[in-house]
Design a protein around this ligand. Structure first.
Ligand SMILES: Nc1nc2c(ncn2[C@@H]2O[C@H](COP(=O)(O)OP(=O)(O)OP(=O)(O)O)[C@@H](O)[C@H]2O)c(=O)[nH]1
Ligand SMILES: [Mg+2]
Length: 431
């Protein structure tokens, strides 16, 4: 089973949940659901996926359970009665969405008992031609454009792109998850001042998304899926130890990292020096050893550099990076907590660089960053400051004084430099 295939399904559910067709919406949703079921059966995806997808779809589409007992034929009759009985252009839009759904889910319209009767004598080509004519007259441009955008921005390119893997690793509480949240410009991944991340969480970059879809696997089984998921769901997935060997897969927009030629996947990993749970080290090292990595990002807690725990992990990672020829970035995190009057960031970076080279790294790049400030500032710039806790509000006021130009401040958090560098590695412009 392939991640892109599951994201495709979740995105389609997500997209459909936003479409409304007045009185026929319930029937249409049920029809789409039957299509999705056909797709899951046909492509032999995990059988759990069906059950979890249905739950997720019901949640977002406020599904009408009375309809599930209707036969395909009756459902189609209802849709036809409402759609074809009137002259609204949007019956074509509805058909168009069925065509898009079939293409997306690789359901052969000619072979599908669900779809074929819906179209009757109308052919796919007639629907396109009709819509194109209307499109030119701009009559339905506002209704059609989100679908067009979905197809051109997401459907067409995403599937053909290569995946580039970026692993984020470090000791406990260095700020890995906060750093990944800063890349996303939101507060999705659980981050706390204790051993927090308990499984690998892989974030697939998708430029057009403004929220997160995802699922959790236990070994080869899908354990749950969610569309437009929020921090509590992720917290639950991350901490539910009854989900053995879990791995969380998310899709969302990593700011300033583009899907031009490839999909960047950032993997957040558990901290390796968790003395309370040695399993965390095992999970992270197993992941690093078995994955094909394009970039390693080591997150160092700038306020606690040079510990013996750090030396151990740096030596292990240097061996891995040399053996597999993986470029490595060092994010010196928590730069906001440094008293620059006592020692400058440059001096600290130079000292750390020396330590890192002694552990066996060559050709690395170093970035002082405040992931916390970057995450808060990005949320503010997106108008999401209403989600700040009282502590975050106080922190924000300390980081950014009243009257500052916030667009300029984002550079100073250091996050943009890392994002540009990741983009350059993926594009092959990094040496
Ligand atoms: N001052 C400051 N605190 C930070 C920053 N980044 C993270 N923190 C704090 O450091 C603590 C640990 O952050 P996490 O992001 O959970 O660290 P982690 O490396 O993912 O930890 P594990 O998953 O347990 O290994 C939290 O209390 C964060 O709020 C930062 O840039 N500045
Ligand atoms: Mg973490």
């Amino acid at each position: 089973m392939n991640e892109k295939e599951i994201f495709k399904l979740l995105n389609w559910l997500d997209f459909l949940a936003e479409r409304q067709y007045g009185i026929v919406t319930d029937y249409f949703n049920e029809l789409q659901w039957r299509l999705i079921r056909q797709y899951i059966r046909q492509s032999r995806l995990d059988s759990n996926l069906m059950e979890h997808t249905l739950t997720a779809y019901k949640k977002i589409s406020a599904g009408n359970s009375r309809l599930k007992n209707l036969s395909d034929a009756f459902l189609i009759k209802k849709i036809k009665k409402h759609l074809f009985g009137n002259k609204f252009d949007f019956r074509y839009l509805c058909l168009y969405h069925v065509i898009v759904g079939c293409n997306l889910l690789s359901v052969d319209m000619e072979q599908s008992d669900v779809v074929k009767p819906l179209f009757g004598k109308k052919k796919e080509i007639d629907v396109y031609a009709f819509l194109e004519k209307k499109w030119k007259k701009r009559k339905i441009a506002c209704t059609l454009s989100p679908t067009e955008e979905f197809i051109t921005e997401y459907l067409n390119p995403y599937e053909t792109f290569d995946v580039k893997n970026v692993a984020v690793c470090a000791n406990m509480s260095a700020g890995k998850s906060t750093f990944v949240n800063a890349l996303l410009g939101d507060d999705y991944l659980p981050a706390r001042n204790e051993a927090t991340t308990a499984c690998v969480t892989s974030v697939y970059d998708c430029d057009y998304m403004d929220h997160i879809n995802g699922y959790v696997m236990t070994g080869n089984q899908i354990a749950d899926v969610a569309v437009r998921l929020d921090a509590p769901v992720l917290d639950r997935w991350n901490s539910d130890s009854s989900l053995k060997n879990r791995h969380i897969y998310l899709q969302g927009n990593l700011d300033n990292i583009t899907n031009n030629d490839a999909i960047v996947v950032v993997h957040d990993t558990p901290g390796v020096n968790n003395s309370g749970d040695f399993n965390h080290k095992q999970i992270t090292y197993d992941f690093l050893n078995r994955s094909k990595l394009d970039l390693l990002i080591y997150v160092a807690n700038m306020t606690q550099l040079g510990t013996s725990d750090e030396e151990r992990i740096l030596k292990d990672l240097a061996r891995l990076a040399t053996e597999k020829k993986i470029p490595t970035f060092f994010v010196l995190n928590k730069a906001d907590a440094i008293d620059e009057e006592a020692e400058s960031l440059d001096e600290i970076v130079a000292r750390f660089k020396n330590d890192v080279e002694k552990c066996g790294f060559k050709q690395c790049a170093f970035f002082p960053v405040s992931s916390m400030a970057a995450r808060l500032l990005k949320m503010k710039l997106k108008g999401k400051e209403g989600l700040f806790s009282s502590k975050e509000k106080r922190r924000f006021a300390i980081f950014f004084e009243e009257g500052m130009d916030l667009n300029l401040q984002i550079e100073k958090t250091g996050i943009i430099a890392v994002e540009r560098a990741i983009d350059a590695v993926v594009a092959g412009n990094w040496q």
